[in-house]
Design a protein around this ligand. Structure first.
Ligand code: KIV
Length: 282
């Protein structure tokens, strides 16, 4: 199999084969223009994450995500991605209550959302749904540790698996998901020693977020990486850009130019003489 970075489009088997030879780069994407940029930049996986509820819709947690909203964003992302594997994040209550519903909802991410796989939070407690989805030949990415849809049970967004018992439960969840046939596992906010043990134990790639450097890949939320959100800067995020400053500066300049009359100027307005056809007509 060629290197993952030379594989286009990225497939589920290519990702699995990357374990132990090449790290996997994954980022959330919620819309077409950013998905196209991330894809061109070499992201292996684009996750249409239910974190959209917090990052884009300003909600306090991810519980408000719905199938319809997630599918709409999934369609935008998969329509723009040329190389990256697009994974749809199954929203709260789309898979927990009933395995049959889980298959139908997972299938919608492929048929309507254009995704290649889905992600499901939780370990053995959602195994029946995971197995049902897999038996419909829909690839599943598992997610253990801090599973944000369990926000109320955890009492907030807290590191999981610091005590020996809790660590063992997470390890056993990860093993059960891998044995069921999940092609990769997200490990969120667990101690790096536990992430390392899981990574050595399971035969599929682990993708960490707040789980240290031993994982087979890393994922972060787009808005956190790009510095779009000034309020949220958790310890595990590395900020690679400062979009909030760029956007605020641009907005201030636009408002100033409008108020002092310097926008629009002659070149930015139409004369009576015929002009070449417009690319966009409002
Ligand atoms: O929704 C999301 O963005 C996620 C990542 C944090 C893995 O699940």
């Amino acid at each position: 199999m060629p290197n993952l970075s030379q594989t286009s489009p990225v497939t589920v088997p290519a990702l699995v084969s990357a374990k132990g030879s090449e790290k996997i780069a994954m980022m959330t994407a919620y819309d077409a223009p950013s998905a196209a940029l991330l894809d061109e930049a070499g992201m292996d996986v684009l996750l249409v994450g239910d974190s959209i509820e917090m990052a884009v819709y300003g909600q306090p947690n991810t519980l408000s995500a719905t199938m319809d909203s997630m599918l709409r964003h999934a369609r935008a992302v998969s329509g723009a991605a040329r190389r990256a594997l697009v994974v749809g994040d199954m929203p709260f209550l789309s898979y927990q209550a009933d395995a049959k519903d889980a298959v139908v909802n997972a299938g919608r991410f492929l048929t309507e959302g254009g995704c290649a796989a889905v992600k499901v939070e939780g370990g053995r407690r959602v195994l029946a749904s995971v197995e049902a989805i897999l038996s419909a030949d829909i690839p599943v990415m598992g997610h253990v540790g801090l599973t944000p849809q369990s926000f109320h049970k955890f009492g907030g967004f807290k590191v999981q698996g610091r005590q020996a018992n809790a660590a063992r439960e997470i390890l056993e969840d990860a093993v059960a998901l891998a044995q069921a046939g999940c092609f990769a596992l997200v490990l969120e906010c667990v101690p790096r020693s536990l992430a390392s043990e899981i990574t050595e134990t399971v035969p599929v790639p682990t993708i960490g977020i707040g789980a240290g450097p031993s994982c087979d890949g890393q994922v972060l939320v787009f808005h956190d990486v790009m510095g779009w959100n000034r309020q949220f800067q958790p310890k595990f995020v590395r900020r690679y850009a400062d979009l909030s400053t760029t956007i605020a500066d641009a907005a201030r300049h636009f408002a100033r130019d409008v108020k002092d009359g310097s926008f629009p100027n002659e070149q930015e307005s139409f004369s009576e003489a015929p002009t070449p056809a417009l690319r966009r007509v409002y």
